[in-house]
Structure formats: C-alpha cells, structure tokens
Design a protein around this ligand. Structure first.
Ligand code: PRX
Length: 622
C-alpha cells in the first residue's frame, strides 16, 4: 500500500524532489554538510570538513563552537529571544513557559552554580532527573561551560545509576528528592544515596526539590549536598559560553549492547549539532511557529537530539509533558495537543499500540487540527499501528515520519521526508548525505526483498566519537563485523521501490517498549541472585511492548523452583536495572543450549520458543 501525502504538504515542504537532492548529496556529502554547517554559528570556522581515519570520523576539524552557542546564544539578539522555547506541563496540569531569554537566564545561573562548585571544562556531570525543566536546564548548563553531561534515565535503579556514575567518573550528580509518576511517588533520592555509597569521584550532589511533601535529610558523607534552588539563587544570569573545539565531547549517553555492561556513547559539539539541526528541519518541515512535542524522555537519545537540542537550534518551541500517556487518563495526550496547539507530534509505536487498545473515541473527541506532521521512533512500527495513528490522530491528512536511527547515529538516518509517498511500516530511504545498504555477512549487497544486515557506508556528521573508556569495544562492535563500514546491529530489507523495512535487532539487544536492553545485561542481573546458577534471556514478540523479556533460569543445586522464587527474581532484575527491565516470563530449566566453547545459543532458545526452525546447530554441544 502506498499512501501519498496531500498536495499541500508536498508543495510547501522544504524537499520537493527527494531523489534528486539525495543523489546530489551523496555525490559530495562533505560539500552537502559543509553548506548546512554554514547556517549555524561558529566561533571559528573549520579547516577540514571531514577527517576520516577508519574507524574514526572527525567533523569540522579546527572549527570552534558550542551546541549552546547555537541553541541559545544566537537567538538572544533576535526576535526569538522573547519566543517560548519550552512549554512544560506538570502531571497536575499546571504549566511553566520559558522564553529563550528566560531559559538562557536559568541555564546561566545553573552553569555559574556548577562553576562555583569547581566544575570545569571536560568534567563529567551525571544528571538523574525526571522529566522536569531542570533536566533540560542542567543539560544546557553543563554544555555551556564545556562540562560533559551523562543523563541517566530516572527509571533506572540504584545499581544501574551506580555503574554509570562510576564509569563516567562523574564529579557532580544532579537529582531530585522525589517525583510524581502517575499515582505513585518515586523516592529517587534513595537510589542516589545507594548508588553513591563508596563512590570515589563525586564531589557534589545537587538536589531539585520536585515535591515539597518529600522530606529528605542529606546524609553525612565526604561529598557535599546542595539544594538546586539555593545554589542557583546566589548566581548571576551572565555566563559566557565556553569555546569548544568542534570535535570536543559534548555528552556521554549509556546504552545497552551485547555484553553485560552498558556502553558510554560519546557525541561531540560540532558535527552533532549540524546533523540534528538539519534532520529535524527537513523531516518535520520545521517552521518558526512550530510547537514540537516529542514524547520521549531526555534519558534517551531522542530526548537529547529532538526534545532539547535540535528544536532550540531551530528556534522553535519544544513541548514537554511530565506524566505518562495514561495519566491522569488516556485522553491526556490528545487534550494537550488540543490545548497547546501542538503542530508536530513525535512518539513511539509502543505508545500508539497501548493507546489503540482504548479505542478511537478518546482521540476523536479532541480537535487535533493544529497537527501538521506525525513521527514514530524506537522500533519497527507495525502497519496496523501506523494506520491507526494515521487515521485517528492524523485524520488521513498528515503523513507519519517513521525515523530509523540510534543512540550511536545521534540523528535520523533512514526516514521519510514529508513529500515522500509512504508505505505503512517502512522507514522510507536514507536521509541526505547518508549512504546505507543491506548486506550479507561478507559485506555483499543482498538481492531485493531479502533480509540482511543494515550498514552505513560512510561517516555522517552526528556520528558518535567513540565508546567511553573502551575504544576496543567501539571497533569490535561496530567496525569489525563487516569490514570498512558501520554495522548497525539491525536486520532489514529493501523492496523493489528502494524502500527500507527494518525488521529488528540481530545482536542480542532486546527492544522493550522501545527501550534498549541487552540479553547479557539481563542475564547478569538474574545471576546476581545467589539462588541462580545460570540464565539465558531472549526477546519475544509482544503485542504492545514490541518485545517482552523471557528468561530461562538454571537454579543452584538444592534450590526448589516456585512461583514465589519467580517473583523474587523479577524483583532482583528490577533492582539491578530498573522497572523497564521487568521480565515477563521465567522458565526454570535444567540445561541451556550451548556451543562447545560454552556460549549460550540464545538463537536456539528463541527459535524453539517461537516454533521456528532452529537453523544451523552444528556448533551445539549437546
Ligand atoms: O533496532 C533499531 C530501533 O532502535 C535501535 C536503536 O535504539 P536506541 O539507540 O535506543 O535509539 C532509539 C531512538 C533512536 C535501532 O538499532 N529503531 C529505532 N528507530 C526505529 C527502529 N527500528 C525500526 N524503525 C525505527 N523507526
């Protein structure tokens, strides 16, 4: 099925002829990106657009800039200064609006607060905050002074926070006392206390008082605690933006991979800002009066690139709702779109599938005529969810941008543009200046409509710099499986019209409600329980979550299997990673399929579980 956009979208959008511009961009990607970079502000221009020394790419070498220089500073002397940069709606429905000028004042205060604590260029700051304005102010505040932020999703457990703070060697942690989450109150400060026990690098902890009702006592430790409001009250609203090399690290963001420990993905100031600026502009057809709502959380890359940085670099209004899609009721998203006249709405298939279950009525009651474009991200969107979103939210008038990308890519890589003819479930074709292909394990292109590995042939500007503290892992994971190209870890196929169909991960990463979890990470969570001898974890298709977690567990000799023990193991995993990693099914087994060298063959478990052919088992030990 091909859905063609309405003429009004085709005629008005930036890109009228995708194929022509794509061809031009690919013939000379460096010239293409250089022209775009010139639309942004630089303290000093670059002397080399791309330095590609496989497997490391460095963009705009010699150039000096700062993401904040483009996200805030450059607007301050223009009309944009008084425009709303951020609309934040709390769970109880009250809102806070910040103009660019006001946001800059808050960011400067916080940045000065960091400086007063001795934070300097290159220092690491872990931000463990819920979806509140301070989360964004803290991120911008770090970059403003050249500090490196590492945002940790507020739903992660104390143990997950601990290893991320330690790996980054953070000097500062920014957190909240507690926060509302639906009907519950999350006592997040307790996690911070637990995570920082025996910590050797943290010097200061800054605490936002999100809920007046939660009383906390700052414990006696060798680092200092500060209330956010007290720290910033003393600070000036003038703070100069640090001049950064284009290739300097802006932030680290941890993401799951094939081993037990998460990887710190590093992004730089220069290329990243160029990539995210243009992708949002072209794909969501950004206009000055846009109110852009991405329902993600800044704990993930979507929140970094497209809730915060790109909307501000594009000078528009970004919209944030603190609560969940079903709180206070399942109409909340549609009510908010209607009330705040959101123009572009970007969400995840899992949320669409969850809301679909409640029927069309909840959506139909609301006037969603302000919407001009829709978007989807995080996992493949099944055609039923696509069509439901298109019909009920888009009223068959507005197209859906199904954007494929990753924490590592920083920006959209395979995505439609508004004028493209769309096939529900396909992410269309590569973005300008991005060269992708589907290949076999030797790197040879596979025939049309054949599943293979998704690769990216050449560097792109928002490409990650490295894996923090682990360059070996950078090379092995992304650049050695298939020589000379970036290996994305996804399977996909290309149809007869050149459209890409992403089928999912091929590397033991499980996507639960769009969240990325590693099988190995889950398995080590299971075996952290002293009753467990061994565990193997697979992802299984799930109607709403996309994938669910199924574990096969071998108990230690003498431990009796029971439902209570299953419940205990669920808690073990939640405690070790967080509620997003809650296992759906646990089977107690006596044996696991292994290779002769002792590696668990998850592929065999998965095939058996799904009733599919098991494939080549010649390496199976038994
Ligand atoms: O498997 C792909 C899936 O999400 C993975 C990247 O996850 P993460 O780094 O957490 O970033 C998510 C937000 C960008 C990819 O390897 N994925 C992401 N977007 C899509 C998708 N799969 C299919 N279609 C998409 N639009």
């Amino acid at each position: 099925m091909l859905i063609n956009p309405k003429p009004v979208i085709v005629e008005n959008s930036y890109i009228k002829d995708y194929e022509k511009l794509y061809k031009d961009s690919i013939e000379n990607p460096e010239a293409f990106w250089e022209n775009i970079a010139k639309e942004l502000n630089w303290f000093k221009p670059w002397n080399k657009v791309l330095d590609w020394q496989y497997p490391y790419a460095r963009w705009f070498v010699g150039g000096q800039t700062n993401i904040v220089y483009n996200a805030l500073d450059r607007w301050l002397k223009t009309d944009v200064a008084d425009k709303t940069a951020l609309i934040w709606v709390s769970q109880d429905g009250t809102d806070k609006k910040y103009t660019y000028k006001q946001l800059n004042d808050e960011v400067s205060r916080f940045a000065n607060g960091l400086k007063s604590l001795g934070v300097r260029k290159g220092d690491k700051v872990t931000i463990y905050l819920p979806r509140i304005p301070e989360q964004f102010i803290a991120m911008l505040g770090c970059l403003k002074i050249g500090a490196v932020h590492s945002v940790v999703y507020s739903g992660f457990s104390a143990a997950a926070l601990k290893n991320r703070v330690e790996d980054a060697q953070a000097k500062v942690v920014v957190c909240s006392n507690s926060y509302p989450y639906g009907k519950k109150t999350v006592e997040s400060f307790k996690n911070v206390e637990e995570a920082l026990k025996d910590n050797k690098t943290v010097e200061n902890v800054i605490v936002v008082k999100r809920l007046e009702t939660t009383n906390i006592v700052f414990p006696a430790t060798n680092f200092k605690f500060h209330w956010w409001h007290e720290l910033v009250a003393k600070q000036d609203i003038i703070c100069s933006t640090e001049i950064m090399e284009a290739t300097d690290t802006a932030f680290i963001l941890y993401t799951s991979g094939t081993t037990g420990t998460p990887k710190g993905i590093i992004h730089a100031h220069g290329g990243y800002q160029v990539g995210i600026y243009l992708t949002l502009k072209y794909v969501f057809d950004i206009r000055p009066d846009d109110i852009f709502w991405s329902t993600a959380d800044a704990g993930w890359i979507t929140g970094h690139s497209y809730i915060l940085y790109s909307p501000l670099i594009n000078g528009i209004t970004t919209f944030v709702y603190e609560g969940t899609p079903d709180y206070p009721d399942i109409e909340i998203w549609w009510k908010l779109i209607e009330k705040y006249k959101v123009t572009k709405f970007y969400t995840a298939p899992t949320a669409i599938r969850a809301l679909m279950k409640f029927g069309e009525e909840a959506v139909k009651k609301h006037d969603l005529s302000s919407l001009k474009l829709l978007g989807s991200v995080g996992e493949p969107i099944n055609p039923e969810a696509w069509l439901w979103f298109y019909k009920n939210v888009g009223r068959e008038q507005i197209p859906i941008m199904d954007t494929w990308w990753q924490t590592e890519t920083g920006m959209f890589m395979i995505t439609p543009v508004p004028s493209a003819g769309l096939k529900p479930g396909s992410a269309f074709k590569p973005f300008f200046g991005v060269e992708t292909a589907i290949v076999d394990d030797k790197g040879n292109p596979v025939p049309v409509n054949t599943q293979g590995y998704l690769i990216i042939k050449k560097p792109w500007p928002a490409m990650f710099l490295d894996v923090y503290n682990n360059p070996a892992r950078y090379k092995e994971t992304y650049f050695e499986k298939i020589p000379n190209v970036y290996f994305a870890g996804d399977s996909a196929k290309i149809d007869e019209d050149g459209y890409y169909w992403i089928t999912g991960r091929n590397d033991d990463v499980i996507k639960v409600s769009g969240h990325r979890l590693g099988s190995a990470e889950l398995e080590s969570a299971f075996v952290s329980n002293p009753k467990v001898a061994e565990a193997a974890v697979i992802g299984k298709p799930h109607e709403v979550k996309g994938e669910s977690i199924k574990a096969f567990v071998i108990l230690k000799v003498g431990v009796v299997p029971s439902d209570e023990l299953k419940a205990e193991l669920v808690q073990t995993v939640r405690k070790s990673i967080g509620p997003i990693a809650t296992p759906d099914e646990i089977d107690f087994v006596d044996k696991l399929p292994k290779t002769r060298s002792g590696k668990i063959m998850r592929r065999v478990l998965k095939a058996k579980e799904l009733g599919q052919p098991v494939g080549d088992v010649s390496t199976l030990e038994d």
